[in-house]
Design a protein around this ligand. Structure first.
Ligand code: KDG
Ligand code: FE2
Length: 357
C-alpha cells in the first residue's frame, strides 16, 4: 500500500505541504487543476508548476484526482468527441510528469452529495452528513446554494459555472437511462483506454457518492454487479476502479471488503474511509476505526493486505476535529489520525505474515 494525501493547491487548501510532510508514510500528493473546467485540455505550464512545487517538497504526483469528465460525454452528445480528444491530450501531458493513476467519476451533474457539511456530533466534532429524507424533498438548486454558501473553498465537482446550468442539465438527462449511461461510459473507455495503456496510466473510476440515484438522475457505479460490468466494458488492467469504502459503504448492502478481495487486481487507487449508516438511510462520516462506523475498515485493510496490495491509498475524508477550520471533509487532523489507523492495521498484519506476530 502506497500512502498519498489529497491537497488542493497553494491558496486553495487550509493544509500546508510542510504539515503533510510530517504525516508518517505519505509519499505523494493527490492533486488536480481545480480551476480548469471539465472538458478542457490541461495546460502544460500549470502541470509543470505543480510538479516543481511537489519536487521542492519531496512528493510524487503519481495520482491525479480528478480529471473530470465533461457532461456531454456522460450525456452521449455528438459534441463528446472534442472533449474526449482533450482528455487524451491531458493523459499524454500527465504521463510526461510521471502520473500513473487518474481518478474520475461518471456521476451526472453532481459529484458527491451531502445535505450538511458540518453536522455536529456528540463529542463536538463535525462531519459531512447526508439526510436521505431531506434530499428526497428538496430541489437540487437549493442543495447547490446550501453547499456553496457553507464552504469557504471551491467544492470539487461543485464548480459554480457547471452548476449554474442545472435546469438545462436536468432537462438533458430526462431521457438518459442507466443503460444509456453505461453505453456512454463504454464509448468513453473505448477511446481513452488505448491512450492510457500507451502512456502507462491506469484509469480509476470512483464510485457514486452516495451509491444510488439522487434527484432522479441515473447512477451506475453503485454496487458489485455494476462494477464487474464496467470493468468488462474494456477488459484491460488500465480500466480500473478507485475503490472508495465510504461511498460504497453508504449502502449497507455493499460488502466493501468482499469487493476488495474480488477486484483486487483492478484497484489502482483505494479510498479508505468510514461512514455510519442509520436505519433510515441517513449517513455521517466518522473516524476510520471499524468500531465508529458501519464499514469494517480493519477488514477492508486486511483484504488489501491479503492481496499484497501495492497500489495507492488515501484516507479520503475525515471529520473536522479540535476546532480546525478547513475544507469540508479535508481537514488535516482526522485524515492524519486515519492514516495512522490504516498503517497500524497494515503493520500488524505484516508482522503476522513475517511470523513476528
Ligand atoms: O466522494 C468521495 O468519496 C470522493 O472521494 C469524491 C471523489 O473525489 C470524486 O468523486 C472523484 O472524481
Ligand atoms: Fe472517495
Amino acid at each position: 500500500m502506497k500512502m498519498v494525501f489529497r491537497w488542493y493547491g497553494e491558496g486553495n487548501d487550509s493544509v500546508t505541504l510542510k504539515q503533510i510532510k510530517q504525516i508518517p508514510g505519505v509519499e505523494g500528493l493527490v492533486w488536480s487543476l481545480h480551476d480548469v473546467p471539465a472538458g478542457e485540455e490541461w495546460p502544460m505550464d500549470k502541470i509543470l508548476d505543480y510538479k516543481r512545487l511537489a519536487d521542492e517538497h519531496g512528493f510524487h504526483l503519481k495520482v491525479v484526482e480528478s480529471v473530470n469528465v465533461h457532461e456531454d460525454i456522460k450525456l452521449g452528445l455528438p459534441s463528446r468527441d472534442k472533449y474526449i480528444e482533450n482528455y487524451k491530450r491531458t493523459i499524454e501531458k500527465l504521463a510526461k510528469v510521471g502520473v500513473k493513476v487518474i481518478c474520475y467519476n461518471f456521476m451526472p451533474i453532481f459529484d458527491w452529495i451531502r445535505t450538511d457539511l458540518f453536522k455536529e456530533m456528540e463529542d463536538g466534532s463535525t462531519a459531512l452528513f447526508f439526510d436521505k429524507a431531506k434530499i428526497e424533498s428538496m430541489a437540487a438548486e437549493d442543495l447547490v446554494r446550501n453547499i456553496n454558501e457553507n464552504s469557504a473553498f471551491t467544492m470539487p465537482g461543485w464548480e459554480p459555472e457547471r452548476l449554474q446550468r442545472i435546469a438545462p442539465l436536468f432537462e438533458a438527462y430526462k431521457n438518459v437511462s442507466e443503460e444509456d449511461l453505461f453505453n456512454h461510459l463504454q464509448y468513453f473507455l473505448e477511446q481513452i483506454i488505448p491512450v492510457a495503456e500507451a502512456h502507462d496510466i491506469k484509469m480509476a473510476i470512483h464510485p457514486d457518492d452516495p451509491p444510488y440515484s439522487v434527484f432522479g438522475l441515473p447512477r451506475i457505479v453503485t454496487n458489485r454487479d455494476n462494477i464487474q460490468r464496467l470493468l468488462g466494458l474494456v477488459d484491460s488492467p488500465y480500466n480500473g476502479i478507485t475503490l472508495c469504502s465510504g461511498s460504497l459503504g453508504a449502502n449497507p448492502g455493499n460488502d466493501v471488503a468482499a469487493m476488495v478481495r474480488e477486484f483486487a487486481g483492478r484497484i489502482p487507487f483505494a479510498h479508505i474511509r468510514n461512514v455510519k449508516v442509520y436505519e433510515n438511510g441517513d449517513f455521517i462520516e466518522t473516524s476510520h476505526r471499524s468500531s465508529d462506523g458501519t464499514v469494517d475498515i480493519a477488514d477492508v485493510v486486511r483484504a488489501y493486505h491479503e492481496n499484497g496490495y501495492t497500489g495507492f491509498a488515501r484516507p479520503d475524508h475525515g471529520r473536522h476535529i479540535w476546532d480546525e477550520q478547513c475544507r469540508p471533509g479535508y481537514g488535516l487532523y482526522d485524515r492524519a489520525l486515519g492514516i495512522m489507523y490504516l498503517w497500524g492495521v497494515w503493520d500488524a498484519l505484516e508482522r503476522v505474515k513475517e511470523g513476528r506476530g
